[in-house]
Design a binder for this molecule. Structure first.
Ligand code: NAP
Length: 310
């Protein structure tokens, strides 16, 4: 009997993924059927994104795993109708894109590029930036994306601190964890990058209390998820100069509503959730490797801990 793989994601992605998944499933030597529609009781694997619309997994009685095309799984991790393994996306292309975006925005702040992009108004003001080794960058979250980002920043000689739930050791990076670790990580940060998942434990990681721990004028870069930041607290901190500038890629409501104060705040840069995305060529290989593993009885890669929510 063929392995039935349901593609449940944005319709526009089907022509992109169909040939890639076909190629890699064939290379894996699998007898398979791949489509955007099956009778639910005949599906073995779902290639999944929230915008495919699938919410109720109850009728999927033969399902072996759900394979997310997205790294962030907050919209499915607590789905009680899903009782089989859920794998999230860890994709080399996605990671590379995020690393480039994070390094670019850190360098913007570090080098003070805005002054020259907006113009010095004829004033020959020679503010030479310090070296990266004198700039303290803290990355909250040391998973697939956070670890790649801290490694890239450390390779540029930034003074890098990382923070995660469990202890870590990464060469050239001060790794902290737990509540005390967060206090240290923020107290010593000129620039903070958020690469945490959106879970009940990470909501409002930056609020009035934690924003106050940062050195005055610190900069914030959030490519993680909107709920990581308490927006009112951030706006208050920006207006008071406690936070010098924020670059925000993700928001509690997306698209960011037209009347949201972030759009017009002089010290906020809004980017429309473009920090990175899953890259089909590399992601299709990850999906197919997991289907191969499932059929070979091997452990799946990148499983979500449903209790932790990531
Ligand atoms: P990941 O591999 O699951 O890593 C998550 C990291 O956060 C881990 O280091 C984890 O600690 C840490 N963490 C989780 N809960 C924590 C807590 N309560 N306290 C302290 N640390 C905690 O995730 P990833 O692949 O790096 O992705 C991170 C997030 O980026 C995704 O969840 C998604 O929301 C976002 N994202 C955004 C875009 C975009 O375009 N803007 C694109 C892709 C992803 P441990 O290591 O100890 O488990």
């Amino acid at each position: 009997m063929p392995v039935n793989v349901l593609f449940s994601a944005r319709a526009a992605l089907w022509p992109v993924y169909e040939p890639l998944l076909t190629r890699y499933l064939t290379e894996a030597g699998l007898d398979f059927s791949l489509d955007t529609e099956f009778a639910p009781g005949e599906v073995d694997y779902v290639v999944y994104a929230p915008n495919g619309g699938l919410r109720d997994f109850t009728p999927y009685t033969r399902l072996k795993a759900v394979l997310s095309l997205w790294a962030g799984v907050e919209s499915i991790a607590d789905n009680e109708t899903l009782t089989v393994p859920l794998a999230r996306m860890v994709d080399h292309g996605l990671t590379q894109g995020m690393t480039e975006w994070v390094v670019g925005h850190v360098l913007r702040y570090h080098l003070g590029m805005d002054a020259h992009i907006h113009g010095l108004n004829g004033e020959w003001r020679q503010d030479v930036p310090p070296l990266a080794s004198e700039r303290r960058v803290t990355v909250l979250g040391l998973g697939a994306l956070g670890e790649a980002s801290v490694r890239a920043l450390a390779a540029l000689n930034f003074n890098v601190t990382g923070w995660s739930r469990s202890p870590k050791g990464i060469a050239g990076v001060t790794c902290l964890h737990g509540a005390d670790g967060l206090v240290r990580a923020l107290s010593n940060a000129d620039i903070v990058v958020l690469l945490l998942p959106d879970t009940s434990a990470t909501e409002n990681t930056l609020d009035a209390e934690t924003l106050a721990l940062l050195p005055k004028g610190a900069r914030i870069i959030n490519p993680g998820r909107g709920p990581l930041i308490n927006d009112d607290a951030l706006l208050t901190a920006l207006n008071a100069g406690q936070i010098g500038h924020a670059t925000l890629d993700v928001f509690r409501t997306e698209p960011l509503p037209a009347d949201h104060p972030y759009w017009t705040h002089p010290n906020v840069t809004v980017t429309p959730h473009i920090a990175s995305e899953t890259r089909p060529v590399t992601a299709a290989q990850v999906i197919c490797e997991n289907i191969r593993r499932g059929e070979a009885g091997e452990p799946f890669l990148h499983l979500v801990d449903r209790d932790l929510g990531y």
